[in-house]
Design a protein around this ligand. Structure first.
Ligand SMILES: Nc1ncnc2c1ncn2[C@@H]1O[C@H](COP(=O)(O)OP(=O)(O)OP(=O)(O)O)[C@@H](O)[C@H]1O
Length: 228
């Protein structure tokens, strides 16, 4: 097996007095699509936030390509999120005032790409995700499936090494969900992008190379170790 690209070791995180992670460890390999499943409240989103450097764990370490994210500065974490990481959430979280093409072009503009080139690349990515022709729509004018495909284009347009996807099909009907998952996994495999996919849906998890299950803030395998 390759050296992991991203590793979380013995992660603990509480929200106030509610423990969300209780010593979870996980490895994501380059180009791997890893599904993290588990019941509601098992800590899936908190794990994703810790691994993506969105929140710091209370205890434990997060290492990305040899760099400790749990100790990194906010500036460095912001830079990583703009360049090496892409993020997709359940409700897309597009910027409502911007058109589809401007939403997708934004990460490129932030990374210093000239406006015209950013626009052209954004249009190419919209085409790839089957939403060509909808460039001028604002999020409020799109269907859930369209909005989610625009979100995927935005997450992948900078050529990230890792995409963090938190219930990317959670708000979609099953056909749109399948289309979004097919688009995401095809593109990730083509570009050898690793994907951390949070889902509670076994059909969605089936798109992954590997699946781990969280239970009460630890992986099911870790819970079994403790019980033994
Ligand atoms: N911002 C917060 N403030 C307080 N408690 C929180 C917060 N975020 C999460 N929690 C609690 O932490 C625990 C783990 O939540 P988390 O969202 O990580 O789980 P999840 O598996 O992603 O759940 P779901 O599938 O319902 O989204 C839950 O008990 C949840 O209520």
């Amino acid at each position: 097996m390759s050296t992991p690209l991203l590793t979380g070791r013995r992660l603990f995180k509480a929200h106030g007095s509610t423990p969300a992670l209780r010593g979870a460890s996980v490895e994501l390999h380059p180009g791997e699509i890893l599904a993290v499943t588990g019941a509601s409240g098992s800590g899936k989103s908190t794990l994703l936030h810790c691994l993506a450097g969105i929140v710091r764990p209370d205890e434990g370490t997060v290492e990305y390509a040899g760099e400790r994210l749990d100790e990194a500065s906010e500036a460095r974490l912001g830079e990583l999120r703009r360049t090496e990481f892409g993020v997709v959430f359940q409700f897309g979280q597009l910027i409502p005032e911007l058109t589809a093409v401007d939403n997708v072009a934004l990460p490129l503009l932030l990374a210093g790409t000239p406006r015209q080139a950013a626009r052209e690349r954004a249009i190419a990515w919209l085409e790839r995700f089957g939403v060509r022709g909808q460039e001028a729509l604002r999020p409020g004018e799109m269907s859930g499936g369209q909005a989610q495909r625009v979100s995927l284009a935005r997450a992948l347009v900078t050529g990230p090494k890792v995409v963090f996807a938190d219930e990317p099909t959670g708000a979609l009907d099953s056909l749109s969900g399948e289309q979004v998952m097919t688009a995401l996994t095809h593109t990730a495999r083509e570009a050898a992008t690793a994907v951390l996919l949070i889902t509670h849906d076994a059909q969605v998890a089936a798109y992954a190379d590997r699946e781990v299950t969280l239970r009460d803030g630890v992986l099911a395998a870790e819970a079994a170790e403790v019980a033994r």
